[in-house]
Design a binder for this molecule. Structure first.
Ligand SMILES: Cc1cc2nc3c(=O)[nH]c(=O)nc-3n(C[C@H](O)[C@H](O)[C@H](O)COP(=O)(O)O)c2cc1C
Length: 202
């Protein structure tokens, strides 16, 4: 499904946190929907529970998210220190869209009841699966020429998000991924020694 000529490893290498994004897209809205739907369908989950949920916000819905996030932050960030926060919100609002990732707690609770042995682990498994879902969307958006980053303004925006888009109360917000056509290259990235981070026994 990666329509560029990159293979999987190239796509993994190309994915970055891209903060400079514009209100343009390199692909159609239908293709954006298809990417998220494909990831939702194929991301693995514990006991195939399929606990991942996503909401795609485009156009004025995207703007609305960053306006309400800015309003929530204004409540807690001191006024004299607010400008950098406002600038950051503007940089996300400048993007083309945002994907919201959720985990359905009704699914997690059901798993806990059905598999008591793993009860304590189920929330971990749910978030691990969410990470995979987020990663697939992030990497595919980049492979399609878009830039994206991963943000966490939950839980301060949870109530507003639930209200504005009528989100089921069991859907717990995990992250927000603003994206758009890149306007600036990502920062240089430092890599720690891979040799120190893995062991092989053979
Ligand atoms: C679980 C997780 C949480 C992250 N949270 C944030 C965040 O809240 N805000 C942000 O700007 N970047 C966030 N990032 C992005 C990391 O800072 C970034 O992936 C890391 O510095 C490596 O850079 P790269 O994404 O360009 O490869 C997060 C990444 C992961 C995997």
């Amino acid at each position: 499904m990666i329509h560029t000529e990159q293979n999987f490893s190239k796509a993994i290498e190309a994915r970055r946190s891209t903060y400079g994004i514009s209100k343009e897209s390199t692909i159609s809205d239908e293709r954006i929907e298809e990417i998220v739907a494909f990831a939702i369908k194929h991301t693995p989950s514990a006991f195939n529970s399929q606990s991942g949920r996503a909401v795609v916000l485009l156009g004025e819905n995207h703007d609305k998210l960053w306006n309400l996030t800015e309003a929530a932050l204004k409540e807690i960030v001191p006024a004299e220190k607010f400008q950098p926060t406002a600038d950051k919100m503007a940089s996300f609002r400048n993007g083309y869209g945002t994907v919201l990732f959720f985990e359905d707690q009704a699914v997690v609770r059901d798993l806990q009841e059905r598999f008591p042995l793993y009860q304590e682990k189920m929330p971990d498994y749910s978030l691990q699966s969410s990470g995979m879902l987020q990663y697939i969307v992030w990497t595919t958006l980049h492979a399609e020429g878009l830039g994206a980053s991963l943000q966490h303004y939950n839980p301060i925006i949870d109530d507003a998000v639930q209200k504005v888009w009528d989100i089921p109360s069991d859907w717990q917000l995990v992250s927000q991924m603003p994206f758009g056509k890149p306007t600036a290259a990502p920062n240089e990235k430092q890599f720690n020694s891979v040799a120190e981070r893995m062991k092989v026994f053979k």
